[in-house]
Design a protein around this ligand. Structure first.
Ligand SMILES: [Zn+2]
Length: 256
């Protein structure tokens, strides 16, 4: 009898113990890689293939932002690469919308602006619609996440985005009742295209980032040193208990 009681007690402890662990929400890292172009003139840069090969090898997910005017003259091999690697087709990448042309503009007041910072409402609407349509036409995939060029948005952007109701998640956006915002905390790039493991660790220890931790990278510009530092950062985060998700996966878990 005593033996049986002991057994039940052990069983109960194990069950309670594991449910306590399951109830704790996981720490999520989201890799945000910007500036995919897949046109005849502006081809896919080798850095994107390098990091996608890394994701496949490690069976871990990443996300990449597409600049869509490159699809007006698409390169067949690069578009095939997108389709093959898309998470919808069994790959490891969520592709998201990183604008139509990524261009800088002059605002009406003469100051510097960009595609979604200083353009009028109709222009921003057209850019959202054209970008979503041409991506879908070429890849048969649908964007669910938006991240603006230069991470710049203005008072028109949220209303303009209503033309593309599938865009339910927004990288580094302002507070928005209609969409799930993925915020920014610490960075892994110290300058555009330059990753530093040492600086990342320093910031991680002093600022203790909360989940989800979105880390932006311009992988097309990375040299070997930046790539190697990125791999070290990923290994460090794994040991710290962080798991990778795509923006869509994370947003899905929040909505539940
Ligand atoms: Zn960009």
């Amino acid at each position: 009898m005593l033996k049986l009681l002991f057994k039940s007690f052990t069983f109960l402890t194990i069950v309670l113990g594991s449910s306590a662990i399951a109830a704790e929400s996981p720490k999520v890292v989201i890799w945000k890689f910007d500036d995919v172009r897949v046109g005849e003139k502006a081809r896919l840069l080798p850095g994107f293939k390098r990091v996608s090969d890394w994701a496949v090898k490690n069976k871990t997910v990443i996300s990449m932002g597409v600049i869509c005017d490159s699809l007006t003259t698409p390169n067949v091999d690069d578009v095939t690469w997108i389709k093959k690697n898309a998470i919808e087709n069994g790959g490891y990448i969520e592709f998201w919308l990183h604008g139509w042309d990524h261009k800088k503009i002059k605002k009406a007041d003469g100051t510097d602006g960009s595609e979604f910072n200083g353009s009028d409402l109709e222009t921003q609407k057209k850019h959202f619609k054209d970008a979503c349509d041409i991506f879908n036409k070429n890849t048969q995939l649908t964007f669910n996440t938006f991240g603006a060029p230069y991470n710049q948005n203005d008072e028109n952007t949220s209303a303009a985005m209503d033309v593309s109701p599938n865009l339910t998640n927004w990288f580094f956006g302002p507070k928005d009742k209609k969409r799930i915002i993925l915020g920014r905390s610490i960075n892994m790039e110290v300058a555009t295209g330059k990753v530093s493991y040492d600086k990342f660790i320093q910031d991680y220890k002093t600022k203790t980032p909360s989940s989800p931790l979105v880390l932006q990278g311009h992988v097309g510009q990375w040299d070997d040193s930046s790539y190697n530092d990125f791999v070290k950062i990923s290994d460090f985060l794994s040991k710290e208990g962080w798991i990778a998700q795509t923006p869509r996966q994370w947003a899905g878990s929040v909505k539940k």
